[in-house]
Design a protein around this ligand. Structure first.
Ligand SMILES: Nc1ncnc2c1ncn2[C@@H]1O[C@H](COP(=O)(O)OP(=O)(O)OP(=O)(O)O)[C@@H](O)[C@H]1O
Ligand SMILES: [Mg+2]
Length: 258
């Protein structure tokens, strides 16, 4: 296994906010526009995740949830607008550079190595310790996901879909992120695992990891999130607390498949 690369120094001043336990904005997405070829997909998408928060990006199929997360993480180029992480502009950085800053990403499709064991998959995600973050190891992962603790030598290909989803999240945690982007963590996962996922997300929040997750599953979002944004056709149509969304029948009926 290769040695992890040293953390790069970042131009643009000292990171502020979570690293010092402050209540600053961890992630600030300001008016981004994203295209696939000539197709304009995201229109001035703006959202914020504060330290210690779980924020959900809700929207139907094709609304632009994954494209938003991929734009933040540098997997698709942002045409205009900016993304700031801990006060540092990351808009034009490459995905691996952004990951090294402490912004983790768990894609929609589970990308575990099916021939590698749970422990080996976790090794792939390991990064150097990060200031202000308690370093993740198998023992700590096992407390968060007891299922994984029971199967250290299980090959990824012999796990259930839900266990693979947990392993994907766990592998990202091995990079010691301060903030995580989770793309539809409850999708295609058995209800019992969805419940365990909700417990894990609340626990991560308690441990100081800020989270932005995308979801279509409103009930799951209500269990874990503090605030919500709704995206439709690439535009943010609603922003508010979960209580405000609960109270707004019209918005839920108009933009969510319920
Ligand atoms: N690689 C691509 N090339 C061209 N168009 C794309 C590509 N990926 C997504 N799109 C289009 O961009 C729009 C937003 O897609 P996106 O995947 O962000 O939606 P989503 O909200 O994540 O949907 P889902 O709930 O199905 O995951 C859709 O119209 C989709 O067809
Ligand atoms: Mg998607």
């Amino acid at each position: 296994m290769a040695e992890p690369a040293p953390r790069p120094t970042v131009a643009g001043g000292q990171p502020r906010g979570v690293g010092s336990g402050g209540r600053g904005v961890t992630l600030q997405v300001a008016g981004i526009n994203t295209f696939y070829g000539k197709a304009h997909i995201l229109f001035d998408v703006a959202l914020e995740v504060h330290a210690g928060e779980v924020v959900v990006l809700l929207g139907r199929n094709g609304a632009g949830k994954s494209t938003s997360l991929k734009s933040i993480i540098g997997m698709v180029p942002v045409h205009t607008g900016s993304v700031l992480f801990d006060g540092v502009e990351i808009t034009r950085l490459k995905p691996h550079e952004i990951a090294r800053q402490g912004l983790g990403y768990v894609p929609e499709e589970r990308r575990i190595f099916t021939d590698l064991t749970v422990l080996e998959n976790l090794e792939v995600g390991r990064q150097s310790p990060r200031a202000g973050v308690q370093t993740w190891d198998f023992e700590r992962i096992g407390r968060l996901f007891p299922n994984l603790a029971r199967m250290p030598q299980r090959p990824g290909g012999r796990m259930s879909g839900g266990e693979q989803q947990m392993l994907t999240i766990a592998r990202t945690l091995m990079g010691n992120p301060r903030c995580m982007l989770l793309d539809e963590p409850s999708e295609g996962v058995a209800p019992v695992i969805v419940d365990q996922m909700a417990v894990a997300i609340r626990e991560l929040k308690a441990q100081g990891v800020a989270i932005l997750l995308s979801e279509q599953n409103l009930r799951f979002a209500q269990e874990v999130a503090d605030r919500a944004y709704i995206i439709e056709k690439g535009r943010i149509r609603f922003s508010g607390t979960m209580a405000e969304l609960d109270a707004n029948d019209e918005v839920r009926a108009q933009y969510l498949a319920i």
